[in-house]
Design a protein around this ligand. Structure first.
Ligand code: ATP
Length: 263
């Protein structure tokens, strides 16, 4: 389903349902309705198997909805409207850092000098200067994930769709990467949709949090995150952060329990 361009929203999701066919017919998404503004940072949380990745893939046109439709105001010249960052396997092992980060514009036919200039800019912003000629196997897991994120920004797509991009990292690296991701996004406010299992991460990064119910995934609640921009990770120590985290967990707990009953 190619998104239609007849909306003021980066993504306007109307009555989207998804059933994966097969003997059991998995009902993954049920009547999803969402309006995501251009330049906003949305985090999606919900229990395992509730359809978060499926929704992200439908937004990025990697998957089709069974019914319903998605409209977008986003336009891109030559490059895809959305760039993806996945939890793992986001970099090409046979390319060095510079080639990896420049890959999107390479595919779009951007000349070498221009694409490498853009790539070097995002490599610097991602803290990878000096590693341009290194190959992924010579780098740490956190550095590889920074390559994937730098590439997504360098691609020039107006939307970034991220599926647990920091999920495989150790706790300290993850905290540093959250800070870096916010910094990169504040430089260039693309429309970001990020799936995460971490309530803290959603509160640290997002403008809004979409909480989904147990499968079939529905939008249970949309929470506006009150913390301003530019955002400091210090907010995590505030009483308001702790209280929001508790409220979100209280609401999510029922869904996680329901998902465990049905799985
Ligand atoms: N290609 C597919 N074919 C059949 N069923 C699928 C397919 N992809 C996903 N599903 C099913 O759809 C449901 C939603 O899956 P999805 O990966 O979107 O959930 P999720 O919320 O991202 O889960 P998690 O948090 O565990 O990654 C699950 O029951 C899953 O088994």
């Amino acid at each position: 389903m190619t998104p239609e361009t007849s909306t003021d929203y980066a993504f306007e999701v109307n009555s989207v349902h998804k059933v994966f066919p097969g003997s059991t017919g998995v009902h993954a998404l049920d009547d999803i309705n969402l309006k995501l503004k251009e330049g906003s940072f949305t985090c999606i949380v919900g229990p395992s198997g509730c359809g978060k990745s499926t929704l992200l893939r439908i937004l990025g046109d990697l998957e089709t909805a069974t019914s319903g439709h998605i409209s977008t105001s986003l336009r891109a010249d030559k490059v895809p409207t959305s760039a993806f960052v996945f939890q793992e396997h986001g970099v090409f092992p046979w390319f060095n850092v510079l080639q990896n980060v420049a890959f999107g514009e390479h595919m779009a036919g951007v000349g070498r000098r221009e694409r490498e200039e853009h790539a070097r800019h995002w490599i610097a912003e991602a803290g990878l200067t000096g590693f341009e000629n290194s190959y992924p196997h010579q780098l740490s897991g956190g550095m590889r994930q920074r390559i994937a994120i730098a590439r997504a920004f360098a691609t020039g797509s107006p939307a970034l769709l991220m599926d647990e991009p920091l999920g495989a990292l150790d706790a300290q690296t993850r905290m540093l990467m959250q800070e870096q991701l916010v910094k990169l996004w504040e430089l260039e406010r693309k429309t970001v949709v990020l799936v995460t299992h971490s309530i803290e991460e959603a509160l640290l990064l997002g403008d809004q949090i979409v909480m989904m119910s147990a499968r079939p995934g529905r939008v249970k609640e949309i929470i506006d995150v009150p913390f301003g921009r530019p955002r400091s990770m210090q907010i995590e120590a505030s009483p308001e952060f702790a209280s929001m985290k508790q409220d979100i967990w209280d609401s999510l707990r029922d869904e996680v329990q329901a998902s465990l009953r049905y799985s």
